[in-house]
Design a protein around this ligand. Sequence first.
Ligand code: NDP
Ligand code: 8X3
Length: 250
Amino acid sequence: MQKTVLITGATAGFGQAMARRYAAEGWKIVITGRRTERLEALQSELAPAPVHTLCFDVQDKSAIDDALAGLPDEFAKIDVLVNNAGLALGLDPAQSCDLDDWETMIDTNIKGLLYMTRAILPGMIKRKRGHVVNLGSVAGTYPYPGGNCYGGTKAFVNHFSKNLIADLLGTPIRVTNIEPGLCESEFSIVRFGGDADKAAGVYEGTEPILPDDIAEIVYWTTALPPHININSLEVMPVDQGFSPFAINRK
Ligand code: NDP
Ligand code: 8X3
């Protein structure tokens, strides 16, 4: 039976790479994002693979509900939901950063993920099959200066994913939280308000993880035998490590 994956945030980075990966495996794919032209370009690129595009903002609950209600029958039975749409805005300290940026991160990374999950889970349970893959981050586990609200949203994703596993015990539905570290995509360009040079500096002199690497990992978690659930998977490039605690000395 041909399976269906719905990927949020498929207009760039990880989501776009995942669409290509699932298309290569012969899945039906629903790609979402706010940029229609990119969704259509990806659909054309992947043709003749069965791809359906849905343009909506994950912050908008009724837009999500309308978009999902309008899914054609052949794309409506979602086997895998990848809650990938998300963003970081800024790297300023909590005491001086923009409160609107915090709200956007919360509305996108937390509330958008909740809306999508709540809309799609009942169908999965009814069909007795499904897998929710969430994009968390190392930022949800390890603090760093300027990570404040972004890290907080990803800590939410981590804990919510595990609580979903608790609620879904006794069903065949799987839940996985992928927690990447340094990965080159449009992520840093968005974080720095479109400053591509500043974003490039984040990866300078390193070999970061690339969107295709994350797509491979996500696909692998969903292709495992159905009795196996990868609860969480933390992944960093070899060029990334840890620092000791920072100490303020008088
Ligand atoms: P990109 O910026 O390359 O892609 C982000 C995607 O999210 C885009 O397709 C964008 O689509 C979509 N998106 C953002 N906001 C919204 C919204 N309000 N509604 C709908 N779609 C939205 O980033 P990545 O691919 O790197 O990031 C994907 C996920 O992985 C994010 O959740 C991020 O936090 C997480 N992550 C990224 C890491 C990294 O270093 N790159 C590391 C760890 C986690 P559009 O603009 O068209 O709406
Ligand atoms: C993205 C990784 O370290 O920039 O989630 O927060 S990091």
